[in-house]
Write a protein that binds this ligand. Structure first.
Ligand SMILES: Nc1ncnc2c1ncn2[C@@H]1O[C@H](COP(=O)(O)OP(=O)(O)O)[C@@H](O)[C@H]1O
Ligand SMILES: [Mg+2]
Length: 377
């Protein structure tokens, strides 16, 4: 079995490092503070948070994990958050009773899933899901906790909560959080520009309401050791120099490092030849070929000015709004570039990292760069 994992949360032996970040988060949350965790997509936020949950649970803290990605309406929020609250409950019957008296207009039900396990769900037939219902539900974690049983709620992809603007969600949650004494929150998400807007803007409800923590790429030396261990366990030699080369081809982003390593492993597992830079290059080409149609469609979909900006960003992402940048890359005007960059960031195609704009997917970057150089894509 391929020992490299990507595209899902990684646990156990697939997860390495992040020890300092993990203990800092655990300490801050157990100390009764809230956190906002920043990092672009695919850096390992969700995996880190799952590690944090394991440690908090060992300290007898109840953890509730909720992902806003699939929340498009207040109804979806209520249905999914109610389910998330029930997930770690050992006594579901008791939970149903607590729920019924806390959230008045919604009927909790207990059924069975396909495996015959008890499953909690809610039924709100004709009830309009309004602020009152959402407010009652937001009180649930506090009800589940007590002085000796703290609760931590993890709100993943929290920027998507702006979809609930019309029911005043931001203010509602903020006021609940302020009243709750047994419950703490960790907010995380990939669209860092929206999170910054939520937590750093004086006019917004969450202004300065949480300690800020950001995570960067995994340290290079540890990543090399991790890759080396996995390759040698399969009988494939892997030296540090090639390791640095592979990591840099994946732009140090944990997800793409594992993706590329996985391709390399697949490429060599039959012959067990050592990993070389040439093999890495070959696998990058393979990934590009595999994703070619998708990348072409993604590129085609962009407006002319976004295409030009994308091409410029493959060369440099520094001072992109300067006159020199506009001239060098033959762009139209500062305002056109500003709009194009803003849209690319909003769509998650580009990201701002340490003051520079970069393409979020290093393979898409390579694809666009190849196209510019006339290399067949
Ligand atoms: N600590 C880690 N150890 C090993 N691989 C990791 C680690 N963190 C992230 N990854 C890799 O990155 C991928 C994305 O991780 P994920 O936690 O989903 O990121 P995010 O939530 O920031 O988008 C994982 O599937 C895995 O391949
Ligand atoms: Mg995630």
């Amino acid at each position: 079995m391929n020992p490299f994992k990507y595209g899902t949360v990684v646990h156990g032996g697939d997860f390495f490092d992040r020890k300092e970040e993990c203990s800092r988060i655990v300490e801050t949350l157990s100390g009764g503070n809230n956190i906002v965790l920043y990092a672009p997509r695919r850096f390992g936020k969700t995996s880190l948070v799952f590690k944090v949950m394991e440690q908090l649970e060992k300290k007898n803290i109840t953890c509730v994990y909720f992902d806003f990605m699939t929340v498009y309406s207040p109804e979806a929020f209520v249905r999914l958050y109610a389910k998330a609250l029930s997930a770690k409950q050992t006594n579901l019957e008791k939970f149903v009773k607590t729920f019924a008296s806390a959230v008045k207009n919604i009927r909790p039900t207990l059924g069975f899933n396909a495996d015959g396990e008890a499953e909690f769900s809610v039924d709100f037939a004709n009830t309009v899901v309004d602020e009152t219902v959402v407010a009652e539900l937001l009180d649930m974690p506090e009800t589940l906790g007590s002085k000796n049983k703290k609760v931590v709620v993890f709100f993943d992809e929290f920027q998507e909560a702006v979809r609930l603007e019309h029911i005043n969600f931001e203010n509602l949650l903020r006021s609940k959080i302020q009243q709750q004494v047994n419950t703490n929150y960790l907010f995380l998400g990939s669209k860092t520009h929206i999170l910054h807007e939520l937590f750093d803007n004086k006019k917004r409800a969450f202004y300065h309401s949480a300690s800020q923590i950001s995570i960067g790429p995994l340290p290079e030396a540890d990543t090399i050791t991790y890759l080396q261990n996995k390759f040698t366990a399969s009988g494939i030699a892997f030296d540090a120099e090639t390791g640095r080369y592979l990591i840099s081809a994946a732009e140090h982003i944990p997800h793409y490092v594992q993706l590329l390593a996985s391709e390399v492993w697949q490429y060599l597992i039959d012959t067990k030849k050592p990993v070389t830079k040439k093999v890495v290059d070959c696998c990058v080409t393979q990934v590009l070929a595999l994703k070619g149609d998708y990348y072409m469609e993604l590129f085609d979909r962009q407006s002319q000015s976004r295409k030009q900006v994308l091409q410029a960003l493959t060369v440099s992402g520094k001072n992109v709004f300067s006159a020199a940048y506009i001239t060098t890359y033959r762009l139209t005007s500062v305002s056109t570039v500003q709009r194009a960059v803003k849209e690319l960031v909003e769509e998650g195609i580009a990201e701002k990292l340490d003051g520079e704009y970069v393409l979020a997917d290093p393979f898409f970057k390579a694809f666009v760069a190849n196209m510019m150089r006339g290399i067949p894509v």
